[in-house]
Each structure stands twice: as structure tokens, then as C-alpha cells.
Design a protein around this ligand. Structure first.
Ligand code: CA
Ligand code: ZN
Length: 302
């Protein structure tokens, strides 16, 4: 199995970046990743405000996916996420939603052992590994790895995890996939501004959907639902964008007018928050598979 080393990474997603690696469709490969601080914070004496971190979220890649063309939908099977032994959670005044309540700057190194997070000597809870940053080259320009968008990037969506499938619109031949910023655990919202930030290794396999309808944004598939991942300036704007995409799928799949598609959306789908702390916020519209078995069905289902 190809092991793609973390030493080749990007700081922004862009079609201008030359591929560092090449994989084939259906090939299973492993990708090593740094934590969001590039592995520079390893002790509690290192404060985020004092360590020089020129860019956040280095993402291993770009990885050219052979045979994937502009206009395809790239499907990524997330087979495994292996975490390093310790993660980190920094804080400083102003960080996260309750930033004004943080009076001192400090750093916690948090060990992960046997699938559990050792929060302190008394408190532990199960790890829930996830990928914070994963994406393809955007249609235009360069997007910092800190920012989410229709190309993916810093989506901080906790269903991007082992056993899920992730779908991206492909804007450039080869897709130029990159990923990093693993979390050993993170709740919806990423409320203090970080997860348990950690390095590790992700095992993946890529396939492509040909002739599937364009959704225009990343989608995560789990056993129970499709999640349309929408990023924008505000939660409301992100919700509108994701809802329009879901309503359009209902119209096409079931031959509904807008009002009935909107009603079906309201009756069955949920607005969920991925993160509200990045330069753009990210929400997801959860579409139950019990309602729409195949989001990417090329023709009408009814
Ligand atoms: Ca992140
Ligand atoms: Zn992170």
C-alpha cells in the first residue's frame, strides 16, 4: 500500500499546486498528516501565542487521482483513521465562542490510549476520530487550508470519519486531493475553536461517479443519511445554500414543484451545525436515506 508522507503538504487549496503524489482509482492508500499546528506544539510549556506557526492546517498532498476528470464527482471511502499517541488543545483570550471568558493562555497535551482520550488523571472518554481538513482544488484561485468552501477544506464536520463516504465536485482533472487536521474528538460547533488536535494516518480509497447530478458542494454519506455540507458567512446563509441544493434534489428525484420539495425538506431533513469558528461557518443538511435512498441517482426515482 502506498504511504503518502506528511512532508509534502499544502497551505492552501489551488489548481496551481503541482501534485506531490499520484494514486489510481480503487487503489487503497495511506496518508500521514500533521496536526493543525504542523506538529510544533508538543509540551504544555509551549503557548499558542508564543510558538511561531506561519500557517495553520498543513494538508498532505496534493494527490492527483488518475482518471478523474473535471465535472466528475469524486467519492472517497474513509477506511481507517489511526491517531498519534497525544493531541493538543490550546487556549488564549478571545479563542472560540466564549473567548471573552478565557483569562489566561495555556496548553493541554491530551493522551489517547486504547481508543480513549485521557482528559486528565480522573476523566476519560471515548475517542471519536475525524478529519477536519479534506478537499480538492477549488474552481478558481487559492483558498487557505483554514477556510471551508464548496471544494471542502476546513469543514470540521464530525461525520467525516471511518466508514463514511465523502463526495466532492471535481473542478480540475486529477482533483488534487489533500487532507490534514485530524481530531481525536470534536463536538458539533467546534465551540472553543479547536478539537483535540492530533496527527495521524488515514487510509482511503477513491472512486468516481460518472453521470451523477452535480450537487455543487461536498456531501458525506453515512449508514443513515446524506449530509450536504454548506459553508458561508453566516449560519443562515449556509443553511439557505444547503437547503436549496437538497430541495433541488427532491424536485428532480420525485418530480415535485418547489413548494412540495420545500415541505418534504421541512418534514424530514435537519439543519445541523458543523462548526461556527472558522473564517466561514459550516452547516450540513441531513437528508435521511429512508426518504432519499440515493442522492446521486442519475434519473428520477419516481
Ligand atoms: Ca479545523
Ligand atoms: Zn483542527
Amino acid at each position: 500500500m502506498q504511504q503518502l508522507k506528511k512532508e509534502h503538504f499544502i497551505t492552501h487549496f489551488s489548481a496551481e499546486n503541482k501534485p506531490a503524489y499520484k494514486v489510481r482509482l480503487n487503489e487503497t492508500f495511506a496518508v500521514e498528516t500533521f496536526d493543525c499546528y504542523g506538529g510544533k506544539i508538543t509540551s504544555e510549556t509551549q503557548l499558542r501565542t508564543e510558538v511561531d506557526i506561519p500557517f495553520i492546517n498543513p494538508a498532505t498532498g496534493p494527490i492527483e487521482i488518475e482518471g478523474v476528470k473535471k465535472g466528475d464527482i469524486l467519492c472517497i471511502n474513509i477506511q481507517n483513521i489511526e491517531l498519534d499517541e497525544a493531541g493538543v488543545m490550546v487556549l488564549y483570550p478571545g479563542m472560540g465562542v466564549l473567548g471573552e471568558d478565557v483569562k489566561e493562555t495555556d496548553t493541554r497535551i491530551i493522551r489517547v490510549k486504547d481508543g480513549h482520550i485521557q482528559f486528565n488523571s480522573q476523566l476519560q472518554f471515548p475517542a471519536a476520530p475525524m478529519i477536519g481538513v479534506i478537499g480538492v482544488a477549488p474552481e478558481k484561485g487559492a483558498v487557505l487550508c483554514e477556510t471551508p468552501g464548496d471544494h471542502g477544506g476546513n469543514m470540521d464536520t464530525r461525520w467525516i470519519t471511518t466508514g463514511s463516504k465523502l463526495y466532492f465536485p471535481v473542478f480540475h482533472d486529477g482533483a488534487l486531493l489533500a487532507l490534514g487536521d485530524l481530531h481525536a474528538a470534536m463536538g458539533d460547533g467546534e465551540l472553543d475553536g479547536s478539537g483535540v488536535e492530533i496527527g495521524g494516518k488515514v487510509t482511503l480509497q477513491c472512486t468516481k461517479l460518472a453521470g451523477a447530478p452535480a450537487i455543487g458542494m461536498p456531501v458525506v454519506e453515512t449508514d443513515r443519511a446524506w449530509f450536504l455540507i454548506s459553508s458561508a458567512e453566516t449560519v443562515e446563509a449556509a443553511a439557505k445554500k444547503g437547503m436549496r441544493a437538497a430541495a433541488n434534489r427532491f424536485r428532480a428525484a420525485f418530480g415535485l414543484g418547489f413548494n412540495d420539495a420545500y415541505r418534504l425538506l421541512s418534514a424530514t431533513c435537519s439543519l445541523e451545525i458543523s462548526q461556527i469558528v472558522n473564517p466561514l461557518v459550516t452547516v450540513r443538511i441531513a437528508v435521511p436515506k429512508a426518504v432519499l435512498p440515493d442522492l446521486f441517482a442519475p434519473g428520477p426515482l419516481l
